[in-house]
Structure formats: structure tokens, C-alpha cells
Design a protein around this ligand. Structure first.
Ligand SMILES: NC(=O)c1ccc[n+]([C@@H]2O[C@H](COP(=O)([O-])OP(=O)(O)OC[C@H]3O[C@@H](n4cnc5c(N)ncnc54)[C@H](OP(=O)(O)O)[C@@H]3O)[C@@H](O)[C@H]2O)c1
Length: 264
């Protein structure tokens, strides 16, 4: 099992859901932590719990990563707090938007791209070079099963997660021989606040997965040195549908499934 003793992990979106579960698992495996999310109020209890349960050193940094300067501010604070020791990065923060594209607020879609894509790339650019220099590092990027297909009525989200998936696999291949491991984690529908933020429930026919199952799949992917992992057997099958049936057909089926009620 991957050993995180004497390592310092930065987890974005650590105040709830999959990010909080990553923080918990990393602390349980010996890591110190920098936790980031917009709300200090929601970060504090997570940080206190990890200190009490695992004796980890934990720094909580409230930050809005959808802002252009968010990633730089976060990394500056993380470097100052830890003495430039971050060698595990979990790019987890993200949200989705759902609805007819013309009806979605443009600002919200823009923030979605800033958080789900731009911040992931910027955080990695800021932290990966030092990992390469040390010859040791781990970058975990949370993508989604949505990254394997076009997702009508969630077009920006699907495209954002496709970016994260492709980008991560490319970096995996670039850095695997240089001591830095890059992994894309692809959860399917998982029991978190994600759907409250999205404004629609969905489960792809199965039960919602738990955050612990997602993190267990990620740790398995790290142990095996994989470029990406899909959590859950059913999610694995549905993620491969585009390859088998063709992208257009799968997009059409998804459009019928996700079409909002009412006209048009
Ligand atoms: N749940 C699913 O079904 C599912 C499936 C596939 C992929 N994912 C991906 O998993 C990741 C985690 O989502 P989740 O399901 O755990 O949802 P969640 O419970 O809503 O957690 C989202 C986290 O991101 C943080 N966040 C939101 N806006 C932010 C911003 N502007 N700057 C920094 N942090 C921000 C939230 O902080 P606050 O609490 O302060 O808002 C929270 O800590 C996302 O990338 C999501 O796309 C989720």
C-alpha cells in the first residue's frame, strides 16, 4: 500500500465529499496536509478531525480557486506554511452545471471552466517542477466517468473532465520514469454534495458510490502505477460505451436521458 509518511499533501475541495475522503485517507497513511476550499467554516472541522485522529500537521487555507489568482495565492500560502514541502497534489475541487446551454448563466459556466480546468492546470504547473527536481511526487486529478463521453445538458462539465483525463494521462506518460506519478481518478455518481450544487439527481441505474470507494480505487491506481482508474464495475462498463457504440450515438442516448422536463 502506498506510503505517505513524511509526505505533505495538498488537497483542493477538501471541505466535503471526495476531497474530505482523500484528506482522511492520506492522513491515515501518514501524510501532513494542506486543505483548501472557499469556506473556512467548512474546512475547520475537517482539519481538526485529522489532527485529533491521525496526529497530522494540517494547514487549512480558504481560497476561491475559480478566481484567476486563486491557485497562485494557495501555493504561496502552502509553500510558506510547509517550507515548500508539498509533494502530493490532489486536484479535486470541482462542480458541474446542468440545464439547456442557452439557459445556463454564462458566468457560472465560466467559473466551472476556471475551477475544473484552469485551476487544475495551474496548480500542477506550480507544484510539479519541484517534484521533478526532487525525483519524487504524486499528482491525483479528479476527472469523472463524464470525461469519457460528450454529456448533453452538462456540456461544459463533460468537456472539462475530458480535459482532465487526457491531460493527466499525457503527464503520466511524461513523468512516470522521472519519479512523479500522475493519476486521473474517474468516479461515477457518488454520494456527495455534488448533486445539490448541480441541481439534479442521477445514478446511471446503480446505487451511488461512496467517497471511500472512490478513494480506495485511487489508492489502488497509485499502487499499480496506472494512468487512470474508474471507480466501480458498472461505471467501468458505461465509460466504455462511447468506444463501443460511437460518440454520436452515446451523446444522443444521454441527451434523451438527461433532457430537462418541459418544452422544448
Ligand atoms: N459526486 C459525484 O458524483 C462525482 C462524480 C464524478 C466526479 N466528481 C468530481 O469530484 C470532485 C469533488 O466533488 P464532490 O463530489 O466531492 O462534491 P462536493 O461534495 O460538492 O465537494 C466539492 C468541493 O469543492 C470545493 N469547491 C467548490 N468551489 C470551489 C472553489 N471555487 N474553489 C475551491 N474549492 C471549491 C467545495 O468547497 P465548499 O464546501 O466550500 O463549497 C468542496 O470542498 C469534483 O471535481 C467533481 O467534479 C464527482
Amino acid at each position: 500500500m502506498t506510503d505517505f509518511r513524511n509526505r505533505t499533501a495538498l488537497v483542493t475541495g477538501a471541505s466535503s465529499g471526495i476531497g474530505a475522503a482523500f484528506a482522511e485517507a492520506l492522513a491515515a497513511h501518514g501524510a501532513d496536509l494542506v486543505l483548501a476550499a472557499p469556506s473556512e467554516e467548512r474546512l475547520r472541522p475537517v482539519a481538526e478531525r485529522l489532527r485529533a485522529l491521525h496526529g497530522a500537521r494540517v494547514w487549512a487555507v480558504p481560497v476561491d480557486l475559480a478566481r484567476e489568482d486563486g491557485p497562485d495565492l494557495l501555493v504561496e500560502q502552502a509553500r510558506a506554511a510547509t517550507g515548500d514541502a508539498v509533494d502530493v497534489l490532489v486536484n479535486n475541487a470541482g462542480f458541474g452545471t446542468y440545464g439547456r446551454y442557452e439557459e445556463l448563466p454564462a458566468d457560472r459556466d465560466h467559473r466551472e471552466v476556471m475551477l475544473d480546468v484552469v485551476a487544475v492546470e495551474r496548480m500542477t504547473h506550480l507544484l510539479l517542477p519541484a517534484m521533478v527536481e526532487r525525483g519524487r511526487g504524486t499528482v491525483v486529478n479528479v476527472s469523472s466517468t463524464s470525461g469519457f463521453q460528450a454529456v448533453p445538458y452538462m456540456a461544459v462539465y463533460g468537456a472539462s473532465k475530458a480535459f482532465v483525463l487526457s491531460y493527466s494521462i499525457a503527464l503520466w506518460a511524461e513523468y512516470r520514469s522521472r519519479g512523479v506519478q500522475v493519476l486521473a481518478v474517474c468516479p461515477g455518481p457518488t454520494d456527495t454534495h455534488f448533486f445539490d450544487v448541480l441541481g439534479r439527481r442521477m445514478s446511471a441505474g446503480g446505487r451511488l458510490r461512496t467517497t471511500d470507494e472512490v478513494v480506495t480505487a485511487a489508492f489502488r491506481g497509485l499502487d499499480r502505477g496506472l494512468p487512470y482508474v474508474i471507480d466501480g464495475r458498472l461505471n467501468y462498463l458505461t465509460s466504455n460505451a462511447s468506444r463501443l457504440l460511437g460518440r454520436g450515438l452515446v451523446a444522443g442516448i444521454t441527451a434523451r436521458t438527461l433532457r430537462p422536463r418541459g418544452n422544448p
